[in-house]
Design a protein around this ligand. Structure first.
Ligand code: NAD
Length: 462
């Protein structure tokens, strides 16, 4: 894994204007594994200019040609699958098997889906006496988090390129090496110079410069609700469009007729995988009072099994944040049935898989996003109570419902204020729209809904 000491701008690696750098740390052993340049507003300006200069040509490229470049990008990512998995493991800390199965594989499927959509999407439609053209929105400023470093990038860049937009990407400071690998794959795929540009750097410097830049038409951001709010305010002043994928506090609702053991085991795995750093994780498990004690036993056993396999969280800062929430849970009266603040290993930013019982809906750990391997189990009295608890946060990103009968689960899911619900452990679908109700975001990613974020319409009347 070699780090580039420049930015990928206008089809080549170019030196940074400033001298500041960011150390990349392996969270499993706390060693510095690389160093990347920290971009300034000047670097961002150079990248945005390159993206603007490339826009007219790329927007006019036939969709079939854009599809061909995306297919080549898919192939380039597939060819580097092992390198990608190793790089994600090195800078994020996720176990290699998870990096291979999820971090490296899902982006390949998403890139493939946009190669196909670019070729098949109707970029023109007839509405009465009008022809409606679906045109690229322009230059996209993409800002991504570290938790699924490559997926977050591909879920923005692939639809943007399919739509005919050009992009400047500012990836998370904790995981810039995966972003550099992605830029190499874009280059290998023969995407024309300036269509995709990468500037690594700090959020409040390079990220903010990108949001404020008048040459950016759309800011597509995934990250915390706090930063999303700030970005939306800045963009609003310039009447700039935003797409925001923000935080979550999703509910896993286990109805009394469900297969309890399955629902609890899958629920625990959902929270512990990626060390709890999944925005759509079902971090609140809702169990009927008659099944509560049995669910606690099952959850504690499932969490203990994870103890050996779990990776570290991304950084020392993140570990402190998660520990702070565990302390707060105890202070507010929740009961630990697995894990706690003690580190399971001497080295690395590890947090034990943690399960809280006796969590009530108003507690901090039931309301705020923890972003670590911490599950809260809440007790409900009846279905209406379960619904009130499930909908009782500012978030609405994802969720799950389990019942003996699919239609019973679906009836409950229809009443949930959230963007995605998995029914009885439904599988991930890379074509299904993903995004939030309420403060979990604005807009959708993936599939045709994700493509639509990067298009604007023009109506011709005849
Ligand atoms: P974060 O908001 O701190 O950072 C995300 C990105 O924004 C990073 O690239 C960062 O450098 C940049 N940034 C920070 N300050 C900025 C500023 N002032 N202007 C412009 N850019 C700025 O979030 P994080 O800690 O990296 O990621 C965790 C958060 O992301 C969690 O809240 C999680 O729920 C959320 N998330 C949401 C989704 C989703 O799809 N809804 C997916 C993954 C993560």
């Amino acid at each position: 894994m070699k780090a580039h000491d420049g930015f990928y701008i206008d089809g080549a690696w170019r030196p940074a204007v400033g001298r500041d750098t960011i150390d990349v740390v392996n969270p499993a052993d706390e060693q510095v594994i690389g160093r990347v340049p920290a971009g300034t507003a000047l670097d961002v300006d150079t990248a945005v200019r390159a993206a603007r200069a490339a826009l007219t040509g790329w927007a006019a490229t036939p969709p079939a040609e854009r599809a061909a470049r995306l297919t080549a990008l898919r192939d380039a990512l597939a060819a580097r699958k092992d390198e990608i998995a190793e790089t994600v493991t090195a800078e994020l800390g996720s176990p290699l098997a998870f990096s291979q199965a999820v971090h490296a594989s899902v982006p390949i499927a998403v890139a493939a889906s946009y190669a196909e959509l670019a070729a098949t999407h109707a970029f023109e439609e007839k509405v009465g006496n009008s022809t409606v053209l679906h045109e690229p929105i322009g230059v996209v400023g993409a800002i991504t988090p570290w938790n699924y470093p490559l997926h977050q990038i591909v879920a923005k860049v692939a639809p943007a390129l399919a739509a005919g937009c050009t992009v400047v990407l500012k990836p998370a400071e904790d995981t810039p090496l995966t972003a550099q690998l992605f830029a190499e794959a874009v280059h290998e795929a023969g995407v024309p110079a300036g269509v995709f540009n990468l500037v690594t750097g700090l959020g409040p410097v390079a990220g903010q410069a990108l949001v404020e830049h008048p040459g950016v038409d759309l800011v597509s951001f995934t990250g915390s609700t706090a930063v999303g709010r700030q970005i939306a305010a800045t963009a609003a002043a310039a009447i700039k469009k935003v797409a925001l994928e923000l935080g979550g506090k999703s509910a896993n609702v286990i109805l009394p007729s469900a297969d309890l053991a399955k629902a609890v085991n899958v629920g625990v795995a959902n929270v512990m995988s990626n060390s709890g750093q999944t925005c759509s994780a079902w971090t609140r498990m809702l169990v009927h009072r008659d099944q509560y004690d049995e669910a606690l036993e099952l959850a504690a056993a499932a969490a203990a099994k994870y103890g050996e396999r779990i990776g570290p969280v991304v950084s020392a800062r993140q570990r402190e944040r998660v520990r702070g929430y565990i302390d707060k849970g105890v202070a507010e009266g929740a009961r630990l049935v697995a894990g706690g603040t003690e580190s399971p290993r001497e080295q690395g930013y590890f947090v034990s898989p943690t399960v809280f019982a006796d969590v009530t809906p108003e507690m901090t750990i039931a309301q705020e996003e923890i972003f670590g391997p911490v599950l809260s189990i809440l007790r409900y009295e009846d279905e209406d109570d379960a619904l009130r608890i499930a909908n009782g946060t500012v978030y609405g990103l994802a969720g799950a419902v389990w019942a003996g009968d699919e239609s019973e689960a679906v009836a409950f899911a229809r009443r949930m204020e959230t963007g995605q619900v998995d029914i009885n452990g439904g599988r991930f679908n890379p074509l299904a729209p993903f995004g939030g109700y309420k403060q979990s975001g604005v807009g959708r990613e993936l599939g045709t809904h994700g493509l639509a974020e990067y298009l604007q319409t023009k109506s011709l009347q005849f």
